[in-house]
Design a protein around this ligand. Structure first.
Ligand code: MG
Length: 336
């Protein structure tokens, strides 16, 4: 087996502004695993606040011994091995895990979604995320979202109501709200949630600081719509901590260290009665198709990465009626 990689800078359609910061591109590491004439494709998306970079990813990859990967792949053992190299680094671990899943599908001649036990009839709609912006630019972004059946909006500043009103002046589709820890007062947040519900908002992500467990739990107890933990929930051991604090969790491959552990998180969340949103970072078709393979096991999907970028190095994923249309191609179904 041969492991190669290539740093890549994924350019965003619009500067991406959320409650805490703004950026115009995201560093990726594109990872290939070649074996017996097949190539598995993987990807790390390293959003700056997670602490990974081209440098940390390359340093990690040079420590990976591909002789550890023997087909059929034991993904539990593989993630333990990757964790034994160094803690943290979830995105570059995800890149290896995704490449191995793609390779596994190709070696077995089966699509990843089928190997994950997904039923394509249950594929949820994918939301289209709109970052904060000046009203006129924000309105333009909402108008660009035609083709998506759900809009996700980043709130958490003083202009929250204004942005929702702009959405409603353009479209009636359901809205997901992501406050990205931007709200501080639980009672004001609850008033806001009731107002948002009247505007057709159906879920709220990470309303308050991830460390503010009591107030997030209080909001969850009182909110008329689901409260979803995102920044609070990274890997499998975090799922249990979500019980009683959130109605559900946002699973992202770049947090969970890949598809194997994301699947374990989904199973654990189901066992605990938690709802699941399959999310993503700024990603190409590669990691997005990996997330879409697991999305039918979840309640909601927010896998809009490739639609928010301008230099996706792969073919865009097949998408219709607001949903990913996964193919029967072996592996991820990624088209070069
Ligand atoms: Mg979020």
């Amino acid at each position: 087996m041969k492991l190669t990689w290539q740093p890549f800078e994924l350019e965003l359609k619009h500067p991406f502004t959320i409650a805490k910061f703004s950026r115009t591109s995201t560093p990726l590491m594109l990872v290939n695993l070649a074996h017996e004439g097949y190539v598995g494709y993987g990807e790390a998306s390293m959003v700056p606040y997670m602490g990974e970079s081209h440098e940390t990813a390359a340093a990690f990859l040079t420590m990976v011994d591909v002789n550890q990967f023997k087909f059929p792949f034991d993904f539990a053992a593989i993630i333990s091995y990757l964790d034994s190299i160094a803690p943290g680094n979830p995105a570059i671990k995800a890149a290896i895990d995704i490449a191995l899943h793609d390779l596994e599908g190709k070696l077995l001649n089966k699509p990843c979604w089928q190997l994950s036990g997904s039923n394509l009839a249950l594929m949820p709609l994918t939301s289209y995320t709109i970052g904060m912006d000046a009203p006129e630019i924000f309105r333009k972004k909402v108008q660009e979202a035609v083709g998506f059946k759900v809009i996700k909006v980043k709130l958490g500043r003083d202009s929250d109501k204004e942005l929702i009103n702009i959405i409603r002046s353009v479209t009636n589709v359901p809205v997901y709200v992501d406050a990205n820890q931007g709200w501080t007062d639980p009672r004001k947040s609850l008033d806001m949630i009731y107002w948002l519900q009247e505007q057709g908002v159906v879920l709220i992500e990470q309303p308050m600081l991830k460390t503010d467990i009591d107030n997030n739990a209080w909001l969850t107890q009182h909110s008329p719509i689901p409260i979803i933990g995102d920044e609070s929930i990274q890997r499998l051991p975090d799922v249990e901590k979500a019980k009683g604090v959130y109605h559900g969790i946002n699973v992202k491959l770049m947090k969970s260290a890949g598809m194997y552990e994301a699947h374990q998180m989904i199973l654990k969340a189901r066992e605990l009665g938690l709802k699941i949103l399959m999310g993503c970072m700024s990603e190409t078709s590669c990691a997005s198709l990996a997330a879409a393979a697991l999305a039918p096991l979840c309640d909601w999907a927010d896998i809009d990465g490739p639609f928010l970028t301008t230099n996706n190095p792969y073919k865009m994923p097949a998408f219709a009626n607001g949903k990913y249309m996964l193919s029967n191609e072996p592996g991820l179904g990624l088209m070069l």
